[in-house]
Design a protein around this ligand. Structure first.
Ligand code: ASP
Length: 463
């Protein structure tokens, strides 16, 4: 029966069967040592001259080893690994699969390696301890959040990825329809409209670990697709959403990152105006000691202006067109006056100078949502063409509701002290949106284009 490598610690004096990869290899002539790795950890295996095949072992070969778990002599203990007081003295070896020489070392943290190579061979890159831990950490985070929200009465509901263009402020990824030739789906920039429609449907508490797609130019730490923890609740006010999310963030940090210290609880709240005046940022870094990698300074930023001027002199929303204004500005919104002074219910949560989430209370009455689009200068016809379904839905007894979405990749990367979100995503894209492993994006067959009724004007030369 297979023993996980980490578990040999409790099996001193016992015969075990372990499976894994050759992580390191030292040939001392009569004795050959390997470090054997599986997902649980690494342990030293010693081969005496009696075991056939040990001298054939190379890095990343997959093997089965049978042997006795022994205590290492005092002076051979390796404090760097949890199994370091023990080793396996092999009696049997089976080489299950060989490996080519890997195009990069796998026993380093990998920061020093060219990212193109790391992503082309991501399945190897993920073998490195740091990345394997990041994926495990991501899983723990998501599991914790799922359990927490489940205990608080939320339903996890999936919403479509083939949808229609929505105005989150970025460019949409479009998917041509074969059956409705000439029409396009858009991949969702967020499940915003669906989650609101779920509130109209009476779900009351929704969440989803949702993939979002935004076709933006490369800007630092962004990915064409990223993951949100998305939630929405009915019959709530701003205070309820903030309180629940604050409780969840505190509990999460305590569980998955116990060495981290939250600087201030309850999280400080700043208005947008205060944040800009005091810190010149709408996601201020409130850490009192910026050299401390374990200090987390969360804060809420509230009371954002609803609208801002466009370059053309009109108005556009600053965050989310589906937000409600703060109640005291509802009359102004409906009357479309004092537009520059209207504050939205938008709230953002920032941590150490990064925005990690944002949301708002929504307009649950059609007239208020319509007023937002009118202020933005949309013609009635366009409003009804693009948002008729939302206005109609709000007209069927939509409950008051609000929600939030966290940028899960960013939060996880910060909790792991990683420099960017690609380190915590299993298969990220390069800065210019490519996947060097799959070779995407890629051209398609003429037949596929024909079926979609598409014609490529002229393909630019590859740079
Ligand atoms: N849909 C919003 C976003 O993606 C989040 C929210 O308001 O719940 O930023």
């Amino acid at each position: 029966m297979r023993t996980n490598i980490a578990d040999i610690v409790g099996k001193e004096g016992q015969e075990v069967e372990v499976f894994g990869w050759v992580h390191a290899r030292r040939d001392h002539g009569k004795l050959i040592f390997i470090d054997l790795r599986d997902r649980s950890g690494v342990a030293q295996v010693v081969f005496g001259p009696k075991v056939a095949g040990a001298s054939d072992l190379r890095l990343e070969y997959v093997v089965k080893v049978t042997g006795m778990v022994n205590k290492r002599p005092e002076n051979m203990v390796n404090d760097k690994i949890p199994t370091g007081k023990h080793e396996i003295f092999a009696s049997g070896l089976e080489i299950i699969n060989t490996s080519e020489t890997t195009p990069m070392p796998l026993d380093t943290d990998g920061y020093e390696i060219n990212e193109e190579v790391r992503l082309k061979y991501r399945y190897l890159d993920l073998r490195r301890e740091r990345l394997a831990h990041n994926l495990a950490f991501r899983h723990e985070t998501i599991s914790f959040v799922r359990n927490f929200l489940n205990e608080h009465g939320f339903l996890e509901i999936e919403t479509p990825n083939l949808t229609r263009s929505t105005p989150e402020g970025a460019r949409d990824y479009l998917v041509p329809s074969r059956i409705q030739n000439g029409d396009f789906y858009a991949l969702p920039q967020s499940p915003q409209q669906y989650k609101q429609l779920l509130m109209v449907a009476g779900i009351e508490k929704y969440f989803q670990v949702a993939r979002c797609f935004r076709d933006e130019d490369t800007r630092g730490d962004r990915q064409p697709e990223f993951t949100q923890l998305d939630m929405e609740m009915s019959f709530v006010e701003e205070e309820d959403v903030l309180a629940l999310n604050e409780e969840l963030l505190i509990a999460l940090v305590k569980k998955v990152a116990p060495t981290k210290k939250i600087q201030e609880v309850p999280f400080p709240r700043l208005t947008y105006k205060e944040a800009m005046e005091k810190y010149h940022s709408d996601k201020p870094d409130l850490r009192t000691d910026k050299n401390d990698p374990n200090l987390l300074a969360f804060c809420w930023v509230i009371d954002f202006p609803f609208f801002e001027k466009t370059d053309e002199g009109g108005w556009t929303f600053t965050h989310n067109p589906f937000s409600a204004p703060k109640p005291e500005f509802m009359d102004d919104l409906l009357a479309k006056k004092n537009i520059e002074n209207i504050l939205t219910t938008q709230y953002d949560v920032a941590m150490n100078g990064m925005e990690i989430g944002g949301g708002s209370i929504r307009n649950h009455k059609p007239a208020a949502l319509e007023a937002v689009f009118e202020i933005m200068g949309f013609e009635k016809e366009r409003i009804h063409r693009n948002f008729g379904h939302m206005l109609e839905a709000l007209g069927f007894g939509a409950p008051p509701h609000g929600g939030i979405a966290w940028g899960l990749d960013r939060l996880i990367s910060l909790l792991r002290n990683e420099p960017n979100i690609r380190e915590v995503i299993a298969f990220p894209k390069t800065g210019d949106g490519r996947d060097p492993m799959m070779g995407s994006p890629a051209s398609v067959d003429q037949k596929q284009l024909d079926e979609l009724g598409l014609e490529i004007k002229k393909k630019p030369e590859k740079k």
